[in-house]
Design a protein around this ligand. Structure first.
Ligand SMILES: Nc1ncnc2c1ncn2[C@@H]1O[C@H](COP(=O)(O)OP(=O)(O)O)[C@@H](O)[C@H]1O
Ligand SMILES: [Mg+2]
Length: 364
């Protein structure tokens, strides 16, 4: 599955722009402020219905306007083309359409390649709270095993139900005996989620360490997931039962995969707490590359990696290695202020910004 074109019409400063994408690496080059990041954001928005820069999609609406819209063209293995269109409007809310029709998130996800973004302000994935890394890991689980994409949601629902009863019990209402059914429900949804995360990390750990060493963490780095609650549903249920009294006092579930940490470390120290900016950046890149390589090796899909402004932060040797990895397969979009910072393989397909704006008549 390949993304063959992206249209922003409009997204932020891009009024009507169309860029064709190649199967391999495409570089988007232009001076600061020209709209490169806006284009990357438009592509991510078209594919996922979200932005990686803001939680309020209305930020994508051009100043003084009332609508933002982005459309991606996807071509599958049989040459069949589909269109994913995301829009957000001040008056009509948001839409995410597949070939013009509304579709549920699972269907949308099946009809697009998995997409990951590196941007300087995404370091929060390494620096931020564990919840961000858990969400990211669960996102990878869905890309790696589409049949497991609902695990996180099911677990979240079971957790909310158990917590609702615990909150009532903490206030002196309800019957503690009713917790039995929610303990079982939570355990049954926790066990497969924890197992999927463990399997994912088992696949990612080695490629992560390798990419980290290559991209700037000379001392090496490790990726680990040590779940609180592991094992069978029955074992997890027993663990919940043991903590019942404490949970009732607290009014929430104090143990389970919703509190787990995905640890990124170098030299045995947390990169989140002690890593330099450069080490955190290298760790984020290494994680995204490891995921890409695992997905490529599983041959399920052609992952798309969006690398916004990564070159300016790397020395020439690391630029070469990074682009060398990208050239190994999959699609990538790289933005850079100038071509001089781009190694040879990244120059095969270059889009100069600003691209010609589409004539109004051409874009319906
Ligand atoms: N909602 C918006 N409407 C119009 N312009 C915007 C909006 N948000 C940001 N911009 C403009 O987009 C430009 C920056 O684009 P950006 O993609 O970040 O540039 P680059 O990545 O090429 O440096 C700035 O001029 C900024 O004012
Ligand atoms: Mg930018």
């Amino acid at each position: 599955m390949l993304v063959t074109a992206i249209e922003a019409r409009p997204v932020r400063s891009l009024e009507r722009v169309r860029v064709e994408l190649e199967p391999g690496i495409v570089s988007v080059v232009g001076p600061n402020g020209v709209g490169k990041t806006n284009l990357v954001e438009a592509l991510y928005f078209a594919l996922t219905g979200r932005s990686f820069r803001t939680s309020d999609r209305r930020d994508l609406i051009p100043f003084g306007a009332s609508l933002a819209r982005a459309e991606a063209t996807i071509r599958d293995e049989d040459g069949l083309e589909r269109r994913l269109l995301a829009s957000v409007s001040r008056t009509d809310g948001r839409r995410h359409l597949l070939d013009g029709s509304a579709a549920d998130p699972a269907t949308l996800a099946r009809n697009r390649p998995p997409v990951a973004v590196f941007a300087p302000d995404r370091l929060s994935l390494v620096k931020g709270p564990p919840a961000e890394r858990r969400a990211h890991l669960d996102g990878f689980v869905s890309a790696r095993w589409p049949s497991r994409s609902e695990l996180r949601k099911h677990f979240g629902q079971a957790l909310a139900q158990r917590n609702a009863l615990l909150a009532r019990l903490a206030r002196g209402y309800g019957n503690p005996a009713d917790l039995g059914i929610w303990d079982a429900g939570l355990a049954e949804s926790a066990a497969p989620l924890v197992a999927a995360r463990e399997e994912a990390i088992a696949e990612l750990a080695a490629p992560f360490a390798e990419a980290a060493a290559e991209l700037g963490l000379e001392g090496g780095a490790t990726l680990t997931y040590a779940p609180r609650a592991a094992g069978s549903a029955e074992e997890i249920r027993a663990g919940l039962e043991e903590r019942r009294e404490a949970d009732i006092r607290l009014g929430r579930s104090s143990w389970g995969p919703h509190l787990d940490e995905l640890k990124l470390e170098t030299g045995g120290r947390s990169l989140r707490r002690y890593g330099s900016q450069g080490q955190q950046r290298a760790a984020l890149l290494a994680l995204l590359f490891a995921e890409r390589e695992v997905l490529l090796a599983a041959r399920l899909v052609t992952p798309l990696l969006l690398l916004d402004d990564v070159m300016s932060e790397l020395d020439p040797g690391r630029r070469e290695r990074l682009v060398g990895r990208l050239a190994g397969g999959g699609q990538a979009l790289i933005t850079a202020a100038d071509e001089e910072s781009l190694p040879g393989p990244a120059l095969a397909a270059v889009v100069r910004m600003p691209p010609p704006q589409l004539a109004s008549a051409a874009a319906a």
